[in-house]
Ligand binder design. Structure first.
Ligand SMILES: NC(=O)c1ccc[n+]([C@@H]2O[C@H](COP(=O)([O-])OP(=O)(O)OC[C@H]3O[C@@H](n4cnc5c(N)ncnc54)[C@H](O)[C@@H]3O)[C@@H](O)[C@H]2O)c1
Length: 489
């Protein structure tokens, strides 16, 4: 099947480790979860900065900066494992490789550098693009994967444990290079976009399109657009259906258990768990916990979500009503201070507290830094907070995204997001003049549907085709899009 990248027209977007180094706490580092990875395999014990080393790959290529090129073989195996679980992206690669829809694209990438991201990078290359890549987070790079990419000849500038200065240096190395005039940006957090706009405004004007994944990056783009400073079209991948539904719901459904098990070895059967917020993330967490026999309580502010929780068989309560009996409390509201010191004071001994929502604002962790309480590190990402009477609570990842900090994210979900990113790049790069203005857009519905369809063969799922009569009856084109933009899924 040939891919058609034509669409019915653009849909207008809508607005919206605890080392002591400042960069790690930047927003872009904390809100981009979809491709982040907790990898026990990377090591940053090497004290010599990669910037001070001269390294060559086996073909004498040296336009890269990674921790240790010798780890390449190990990284390649990691990439091969990820490829197995990224069927949609691999199918896109196979289908579009002949057409080379990204021929001529020169992409600056700034994302987490993980095995899954490597599959994306190699796909973009197979589709004709030239790329230069740096990390959007100073701790998430899998060093061996970065080495494997460098060994394959990609200009990669990233290692786990970069300093703030290293971080910006790496991005700069991607933007500025002899014989290189970038024309696309794939960003996760908005840092590459920001740097290019500030440091190379003339080059920025030549960019054909920006694809942004994170909440923060998208927010920055809308701000730029509002103040008329966005001189190129941008695509908000964060709000595409295939991102929100799959990353927020299904990814969290799997990774909440993974994160809690890895950190606490907890058995879920019969445990009393409170989930704060019954949105996509909360729904995913609750479904998984219920499946393992936990007794789940929900807190909500929104009557619709609260009613959904009731229909799904959960008790909707105020946190105050259950805080004393809870074994586990999980925040998933995207709000701030939904768990306060007053709540923490009333929790029972051994209660586990963690956050699945945006950034680190949901649990008032700062309120626990008082002289009367003792912090005791139990394991990586696990702290005991001890009250004067001996009561302990377990705080995971110091209130940051627990799945992102303490587990790995399923490759299949990353495949969906990465396919969305690749298609957004293809769409912006190939769009005829005038289709996209200097504004922020959502991925056209048809491409969203295409992302999903690329992942169906992995399940041997067979779609039903509309008959002509049926298509006419419900007023649809037989090839889609199958839903209006306002449809909620
Ligand atoms: N951990 C991850 O991997 C991951 C993945 C995607 C999104 N997120 C983040 O998780 C958060 C939730 O995402 P979502 O897609 O479920 O959002 P959502 O808006 O669908 O759901 C949040 C829910 O919390 C409720 N809420 C808000 N304030 C509340 C309060 N004080 N008490 C109780 N309920 C409250 C809202 O009514 C809403 O229903 C966001 O911050 C999002 O960025 C995390």
């Amino acid at each position: 099947m040939k891919i058609s990248f034509k669409t019915t027209g653009p849909s207008q977007g809508r607005s919206g480790r605890f080392k002591r180094r400042s960069r790690s706490l930047s927003q872009s580092s904390t809100d981009s979860y979809s491709s982040g990875s907790y990898s026990g395999s990377s090591s940053d014990e090497d004290d010599v900065s990669p910037r001070e080393k001269v390294q060559y790959n086996s073909k004498n290529f040296k336009d890269f900066c990674v921790r240790n090129i010798k780890q390449a073989a190990f990284g390649r195996r990691e990439i091969e494992i990820a490829e197995q679980e990224m069927p949609g992206l691999m199918l896109l690669r196979k289908r579009a490789e002949g057409e080379k829809p990204l021929k001529g694209a020169k992409i600056i990438g700034c994302t987490h550098i993980t095995a899954q991201a490597a599959v994306l990078i190699e796909t973009l290359h197979a589709l004709g693009a030239n790329v230069r890549w740096s990390a959007c987070n100073i701790y998430s790079t899998q060093n061996e994967v970065a080495a494997a990419l460098a060994e394959a000849g990609f200009p990669i500038f990233a290692w786990r444990g970069e300093t703030e200065d290293d971080f910006w240096w790496c991005i700069e190395r991607c933007i500025l290079s002899d014989d290189w005039q970038p024309n696309m940006i794939l960003d996760d957090g908005g840092d590459a976009t920001h740097m290019m706009l500030k440091k190379c405004p003339e080059t920025f004007k030549l960019i054909k399109g920006i694809v942004e994944e994170s909440v923060t990056g998208v927010h920055r783009l809308y701000q730029l657009s509002k103040s008329n400073k966005l001189s190129v079209p941008a695509m908000n991948v964060n709000d595409s259906v295939t991102k929100v539904k799959f990353d927020n719901l299904y990814c969290c459904r799997e990774s909440i258990l993974d994160a809690l098990k890895r950190t606490t070895d907890i058995m879920f059967g019969g445990k009393q768990v409170v989930v704060i917020g019954y949105g996509e993330v909360g729904k995913g967490c609750c479904a998984a916990l219920k499946g393992l026999g936990a007794i789940v309580y929900i807190t909500e502010i929104d009557p619709i979500c609260a009613l959904q929780a009731c229909m799904d068989g959960f008790r909707v309560v105020k946190l105050d009503e259950v805080v004393r009996i809870a074994d586990v409390i999980i925040t998933a509201s995207g709000n701030k201070n939904v768990v306060t010191r007053q709540h923490l004071d009333r929790m029972k001994n051994g209660c586990i507290v963690c956050n699945m929502g945006h950034s680190n604002t949901e649990i008032d962790v700062d309120s626990l830094r008082t002289p009367d309480l003792t912090w005791e590190k139990v394991r990586s990402q696990v702290d005991h907070i001890i009250w004067p009477d001996g009561k302990r609570i377990l705080l995971l990842a110091q209130g940051r995204l627990v799945n992102w900090s303490c587990s790995t994210v399923p490759s299949f979900v990353v495949s969906i997001t990465a396919t969305t990113q690749a298609l957004a790049l293809i769409e912006l790069f190939n769009a005829p003049q005038g289709r996209y203005k200097k504004d922020v857009y959502l991925l056209p519905k048809k491409l969203d549907e295409y992302v999903a369809s690329l992942h169906l063969p992995a399940f041997d799922a067979h779609l039903t085709e509309l008959t002509d009569e049926q298509a006419k009856y419900i007023g649809l084109n037989k090839a889609g899009p199958f839903k209006p933009n306002y449809y909620r899924y």
